[in-house]
Ligand binder design. Sequence first.
Ligand SMILES: *[C@@H]1O[C@H](CO)[C@@H](O)[C@H](O)[C@H]1NC(C)=O
Ligand SMILES: *[C@@H]1O[C@H](CO)[C@@H](O)[C@H](O)[C@H]1NC(C)=O
Length: 826
Amino acid sequence: MRGEVLLFISILSLTSVVGHVSYSIPEEMAKGSLIGNIAQDLGLDRKRLTSGKARIFTGDSAEYIELNRERGVLLIKEKIDREALCGQTTPCALHFQVILENPMELYTVVVEITDINDNTPTFEKAEMKFKISESAVIGAKFMLERAIDADVGMNSLQRYTLTKTENFVLKLKEQPDGEKIVEMVLQKPLDREKQEEIFLVLTAVDGGEPNLSGTAQIHVTVLDINDNAPVFTKTVYKATIPENASKGTVITTVSASDADKGSNSRVTYSISNTAAGVRDMFEMNEVNGDLILKSSLDYEKARFYQIHVQASDEGGLTDSCKITVEVIDINDNKPVINIMSQTNVILEDSKSATVVTMVNVQDLDSGDNGKVQCAINENIPFTLKPTSSNFFNLITDSDLDRERAAEYNITVTCSDEGVPSLSSSVTLTLQISDVNDNAPVFERSSYEAYIVENNTPGLSIFTVRARDADWNQNARVSYILEDSSVNGVPVSSYVSVSADSGVIHAVRSFDYEQIKDFHFRVKAQDGGSPPLSSNVSVKIMIQDQNDNPPQVLYPVQTGGSLVAEMVPRSADVGYLVTKVVAVDVDSGQNAWLSYKLQKATDRALFEVGLQNGEIRTIRQVTDKDAVKQRLTVIVEDNGQPSRSATVIVNVAVADSFPEVLSEFTDFPHDKEYNDNLTFYLVLALAVVSFLFITCLVVIISVKIYRWRQSRVLYHSSLPVIPYYPPRYSDTLGTGTLPHVYNYEVCRTTDSRRSDCKFGGAGSQNVLIMDPSSTGTMQRIQSEKSILDEPDSPLEVSFPQDTYLLHPLIVQAQMRYIATLRSPRQE
Ligand SMILES: *[C@@H]1O[C@H](CO)[C@@H](O)[C@H](O)[C@H]1NC(C)=O
Ligand SMILES: *[C@@H]1O[C@H](CO)[C@@H](O)[C@H](O)[C@H]1NC(C)=O
């Protein structure tokens, strides 16, 4: 430096008289710093400086430098800022003169101020803002603000750097005026979606040693363009929903994001399926992407849906995704039962395991919800048997009987296995049709009926009735009289049966004295095919009426003949004169006879036993008593009304027959006939003989005519027994009637059918006969005689006992029996 200054001074010395010196100092030297030894450099003595009053002349310009005369040096008076002094001008120098007086000398001094790097590059604004569309093309330039560095030369701004970025590079451009402008050039497209804001630091660096730098922030805002389509978060969304979900249920939510900003990112959702089914079923909330159920689901109709959803931003870019909706089955369908039968009638004789109908069951649900079990109500003779899947046979499992149950309500109940289980039921009404399997049944096992004799023919006696448990025609009962005969006569001539009503009518008038009862069978037959029938025994019992008057058997009435009972005048009181014997063919009370004396020549002499008809004397016969006594005895039965017969008994009270004869010729009422007596007797004899022969002929012919029937009658067990009051023979043992004979009248062989109800053990009539004595007989009578039972006419009749009868009675009886044997009705 010193060398340079010397060189410079020498140059000045050459060109001017005046001394000339220059110095070079850096700026910013501290006050008082030494610039140079001017005395030495000018070759002046320091004394000269003092004496010459050397001073510095700067004109108007500020004095940065002072002269120290004593030391002969220039010092920094004021700190010098080159930049303030010269700006960018170089070189920068202070020109001043050093003036000396005595003599006046002028020395020019130049102090060059050299730059030091005391200024950093600075940016006017600390931040630069850019808004750059992301669509900006590569190569786009963005001018940056320059930095300023007051230093010059190497100390001035030398270069810029930018923080590392992919998008931009810096480019310095030399302007024609030498200025450097700095630009930021896009070298890679911006993407707002990646980086919306870019912060860069621009650094300006000078060339000083050490260099200084200044920075500025560059804030790049990337402006959006709709360069992004919405993007769904998934391509397939899966959702499940129970089929019973209610309308409005949110099934799932889709979401698409759009990387753009603002309206470019506003996404709306829509269903893009064109099939109406999906659009009817679902709807999409276009704002939030909710998939909403719009209608009712039915697993049985559709189990799976595919929904295509589109998301679009406002710029019209779209994305699509798929939602699969799986419907979950809910047990929402009851089993459906179909009864597959056309007929609901079954014959009651159908065999076991007959198929009544088939049942088909369907459940629209799937899985367990669709598995169905079926059953029928209990306690009916049917079962449900599974055949193939969903088919059941309803079969009978035991015998049917229409008469027990004519109709069944069969309820088929089917339930599925869902939880909770659903079930349904169907009731089938099955009619059991009738088969003729029941015979008619009579209400009673046998019938007995009574009819009073002498009925009018056609009279209805009673009704038999049979019931048939079957139905309709099979239960229509008709009554048929079964063929049989009663006493050799077809039963149909006795009774008839009304086929419809079972009423039994008498065909004829019955006569108790002829027939007391008879049996027949009535058959009841139903209308089935083949018909079934049953029969019942009917017993008709004929009840007696008092239709027969008593008949006097003894004394025999011989018209005008004179038969008389002899009473010796020596007879005692109670002498048995005779006995009036009468019978009544009726029975019971109707045949209970009583005897009364109606008229008598001398009422004081005789009495008649009320019950036995015995005529006895009641006082001693005297000589005054008339020989001829005439008694009229009336015999009455006990019927209602009673019937009677009278008999005239002539009694001769005499000791000898001539006496009687003489007396009887004098019977007063015979006197008027005396003259003609012989004539009448002859005439009567002739008439009687004629009548006798006629009667004989008639009787013989009738007997021949009725011979067979007579035989039959003999074999029949019909008891035709005249009634004898039991006490009839009470006094036989003591009586004096001559010629007593044993005579067996009748004996019934079947005690069950006997009318003799009192003939049982303990009440038997016992006859004890003494064969050695024909005149005596004893009879032990049971206490319980027929007379004790007057009110039971049917039980009164005669019995398996042997009776002792007067031969006359027997004769009369036999005759009577003969007449009975020829039936009245011809
Ligand atoms: C069957 O059902 C019908 C109608 O409900 C009823 O009238 C009838 O009495 C029932 N039959 C039986 C046997 O329960
Ligand atoms: C009447 O019924 C009985 C059984 O009650 C039977 O044995 C008999 O053969 C039947 N008679 C007629 C004629 O049908």
